[in-house]
Design a protein around this ligand. Sequence first.
Ligand SMILES: [Cu+2]
Length: 69
Amino acid sequence: MGNRSVQLKIEGMSCNNCVRHVTEALKRIRGVEEVEVSLSEGRAIVVGQAPLEQLIAAVQEEGYTAREV
Ligand SMILES: [Cu+2]
């Protein structure tokens, strides 16, 4: 399948609820297979075929900012 992994820098997360919101938003996207969000590092690792713009848009809809690192 050749799944790729994208690492996002997420800004605005302050607690585990934020982590849950970001994780669930990313998991809802078609093509996303695995999501791992780290509160302490402010990062998300997303595995799957979803387009980067969709990942960023989903995070922003939850009220956080995201960019690829
Ligand atoms: Cu929070």
